[in-house]
Design a protein around this ligand. Sequence first.
Ligand code: DX5
Ligand code: ZN
Length: 217
Amino acid sequence: MKIAPSILSADFANLERDVKLVEQGGADYIHVDVMDGQFVPNITLGPNIVSALRPVTKLPLDVHLMIVEPERFVEDFAKAGADIIVVHQESTLHLHRVLQMIKNAGVKAGVVINPATPVSAIAEILPMVDLVLVMTVNPGFGGQAFIPECLAKIETLAHLRQEHHYTYEIEVDGGVVPETAALCAQAGADVFVAGSFVYSSEDPNARISELRHAIES
Ligand code: DX5
Ligand code: ZN
């Protein structure tokens, strides 16, 4: 079980401090939310912030691209030091090509589906991905409520993985708190993104421990 704090809810004026803090607290990935103001109604950060973060942590940088036509920026994020690049099924007409580009850049390739997108929409590319991210809110903002209907998709992905011997990790993102994380873990999730739950606290590492307790008990 892996925990991936999302720096979307960190203090952007103190990103180095906030990344190092959760690394010491046992985080497994650093989740980086990239938004372009088109695919989602919010703007965050680009490859320059990823390259600035690269030397401050040893943790894998899990880069979630919420941008239209992510193929335009795959190479930039790979060069910036991303370890995993995750692209939305809904954001490109050529999902297979984008995933190939990510792999050719020497980076792990992930695909992500919005709450309205069924698992069947990514069935053809499941053999080639290292990670599948199930959005459990509509992307764009931290602090939204978990959508429980998405749990069935985690179960489907876990079944398909077992049946076909696929190797992807199943990640969940949005509204993750101990109660919802426990439901996702039961459904078969392996990686838990948490933004506001971790960073809204005076003690983010206590929150990481609470999450770990919820998903491992
Ligand atoms: C939402 C982002 C999430 C966000 C989650 O569009 O993809 O990674 O940071 O925030 P919380 O954990 O607050 O729902
Ligand atoms: Zn995210």
